[in-house]
Design a protein around this ligand. Structure first.
Ligand SMILES: CCCCC/C=C/CC(=O)SCCNC(=O)CCNC(=O)[C@H](O)C(C)(C)COP(=O)(O)OP(=O)(O)OC[C@H]1O[C@@H](n2cnc3c(N)ncnc32)[C@H](O)[C@@H]1OP(=O)(O)O
Length: 365
């Protein structure tokens, strides 16, 4: 079926704009609204999608399949109508959206390669943006996140959000960080440069800091969650800290905060024995504030965050200091101790052998 403006009962201009949007969307149908639109377009032009349900691990195909199923068996006319509404809604929302991706989007800060920083509607949003590497954090990315937090602490936003682009929230420390630096720099990375300073930025962050966990989280992206003020997760998210598997040790103040948050037994299972938690389990154990169905995750969470961002900013910041201030000194001491241990761990055979094994496994695939 060849779609035209007339057959879609829309103006030629809207139809052309929609086509443009779709070309962009097809390149990266990475988020829920885009996926739904993509599924609708496929239905309107190519008939119902009847591909078999993908495996749980293939997040993007599963999200498309879910989007498709959520549309039920819409007759073609309704699909066309909904498609038009969605596209015109998307076009108007795109100009003031919180959704990352559109390079020229309003409020976007320049000067970042590995993250997208955008301030709109009293929200500064930091999006980890190495989706092809599951948002693994490289040396450069650590520095960019610290810079973005320093700027966000002083900008006119009320709340600050960290999330991931693509199907992962973040797969933790980029293991290549271990493979291309001389051994003595490891000491620097552990003690002075990155680890201690990076985690300190989260301990000292003065505004409400919210994690929007859009997919699986690994390593440091999990341990830091104890320093966030809210953690909203998609039901597609998982939480994994494979430290002993990697010959490493806990960081992000998790060695102190996780037992406080979830009790010693569960903290041990996660931090010592590499137990991966589902979003529901992480919520049940207090690491996650609330879990949302993936198909409505972005919509529900951003509606809530926009409401929070309209609250009096000084009251929020002052109250956060009350809640966090009592522990700040303790948290810095814990961070320092964790980094001391990390320094030894990163130089250990156990860690280096585990990193080599990871890349050897990859090269065999
Ligand atoms: C300054 C503070 C310092 C603190 C440092 C301490 C931190 C503690 C940690 O964070 S420890 C945790 C480290 N992370 C990991 O061990 C995860 C490693 N990655 C994986 O296990 C898998 O990639 C996966 C489960 C995250 C995803 O698997 P999947 O099969 O779905 O996808 P791929 O493996 O094909 O990933 C796509 C490409 O991305 C590369 N990649 C993913 N994660 C990392 C990573 N953490 N480090 C380096 N590279 C990563 C992966 O190798 C693929 O690359 P390729 O396309 O070139 O093969």
């Amino acid at each position: 079926m060849h779609l035209t403006a007339a057959s879609m009962q829309v103006s030629q201009q809207d139809f052309e704009k929609a086509q443009e949007q779709l070309k962009l969307l097809k390149k990266d149908p990475g988020n829920e609204v885009k996926l739904k639109l993509y599924a609708l377009f496929k239905q309107a032009t190519e008939g119902p999608c009847n591909s078999p349900k993908p495996g749980m691990l293939d997040f993007v195909k599963k999200a498309k399949w879910d989007a498709w199923k959520s549309l039920g068996s819409l007759p073609q006319d309704n699909a066309k109508q909904k498609y038009t509404e969605l596209v015109s809604g998307l076009i108007s929302a795109e100009s003031s959206s919180q959704v990352p991706g559109a390079a020229a989007e309003e409020g976007r800060h320049d000067g970042y390669e590995n993250i997208i920083v955008n301030t709109q509607n009293n929200i500064t949003k930091i999006t980890l943006n190495r989706p092809e590497m599951k948002n693994a954090i490289s040396h450069e990315m650590y520095r960019e996140i610290m810079k973005a937090l320093e700027e966000a602490a002083k900008d006119d936003s009320t709340i600050v959000v960290i999330t991931g682009n693509g199907d992962y929230y973040c797969s933790g420390n980029d293991l290549k960080n271990f493979t291309n630096i001389p051994a003595d720099a490891m000491e620097k990375m552990a003690k002075e440069g990155e680890a201690l300073d990076f985690v300190a930025h989260f301990i000292d962050f003065p505004k409400p800091l919210i994690a929007v966990v859009n997919g699986p989280a690994v390593g440091i992206s999990v341990t830091l969650l104890g320093l966030f003020d809210l953690v909203y997760a998609s039901d597609m998210a998982t939480f994994h800290t494979p430290f002993s598997q990697l010959g490493q040790s806990p960081e992000g103040c998790s060695s102190y905060l996780f037992p406080k948050i979830m009790g010693a037994a569960k903290a041990n299972e996660i931090l010592l024995f590499n137990k991966k938690l589902t979003a529901a389990e992480a919520c049940a154990h207090g690491l996650v504030t609330e879990v949302f169905p993936n198909r409505t995750f972005q919509k529900e969470v951003w509606a809530r965050l926009k409401a929070y961002a309209s609250l009096p900013k000084n009251s929020l910041a002052i109250s956060k200091q009350l809640l966090r201030g009592v522990e700040k000194e303790k948290l810095h001491a814990v961070n320092s101790q964790e980094c001391e241990v990390l320094k030894e761990r990163w130089l250990s055979d156990e860690c280096l052998n585990a990193v080599v094994a990871f890349f050897q496994r990859k090269s065999k695939l």
